[in-house]
Design a protein around this ligand. Sequence first.
Ligand code: MTE
Ligand code: MO
Length: 318
Amino acid sequence: MLFRFKKKSDIPSSEITPYRVYQQRREFLKTAAFAGAIAATAPSLLLPRSAQASAFGPNLTRGKFATDEEPTPYDAVTSYNNFYELGTGKDDPAENADKLITRPWTVTVDGEVHNPKQYDINDILKRFPMEERIYRLRCVEAWSMVVPWIGFELGALLKEVEPTGKAKYVAFETLFDPERMPGQTRNVLQWPYREGLRLDEAMHPLTILSVGLYDKMLPGQNGAPIRLVAPWKYGFKSIKSIVRITLTETMPQTSWNMANAGEYGFYSNVNPTVDHPRWSQSKERRIGDFLKRETLMFNGYDDEVSQLYAGMDLKKNY
Ligand SMILES: Nc1nc2c(c(=O)[nH]1)N[C@H]1C(S)=C(S)[C@@H](COP(=O)(O)O)O[C@H]1N2
Ligand SMILES: [Mo]
């Protein structure tokens, strides 16, 4: 396995970073919680805004599939975004995020299921056990970041709706509402944004629905209130602000494939050996780094996912 947690003793003091600072503050908050009544109100007085308590309670589990790489600072993760519904520039989503009102919010799960459901987002937050997953995310445009997502396995939700024997794929749709998503007044893509996974990819334990990052509720620019994260695929597969999940018998249409099928396939697994028609995929720039690094097969998650594609020609199924 490639993944392990650094032991505390492995970390030189020179390596103090925003993420470590955040972890230390979390430890402080957990300790403070034992102090009882004071803790209920005191953290906001004692700590700067950026360190205020986790929205997900003290019981958050951590560590599954965690990379030991340094997470990208919160400010970078929330200010350099791709979210065309909130504008096509990298800083547009953060600027326009206040338009994206996320309450009330319903996620409809339908199609080839025995038990179709409409989930209110507040019920999702209460019902599914939340975990921190520190994942690499590799954008198709050859930059990458490491994000401490908060979320739960998509498989847990899919089990509740009981896929029928015909279900082979899972289709996802983002909200369509040009008032809350001003970018939808321009036809840069066909709205709503659509994505899809094969059912076995969707059921894979790496695949999560995320509702937060760095212990905070997901900011609008990162796909509030709920978005997909499939870390072995190019970033555009990780669809934001989901309102519908539909199980289907046939391969669903996806926005980027509809826009340019020659450049964006259905699978879009991170693959350094298959170039994008307009640029190489062999290297990537980690946000904040100066030098590029090698891109890893399946974004480094090959131990976990390569068996999903056994016998497939990944040049054809790009
Ligand atoms: N609905 C929707 N989801 C989306 C996008 C988008 O434009 N609209 N952009 C995708 C792309 S190209 C990437 S790289 C990731 C970026 O996620 P982040 O901004 O949280 O890093 O979101 C993906 N999800
Ligand atoms: Mo992307």
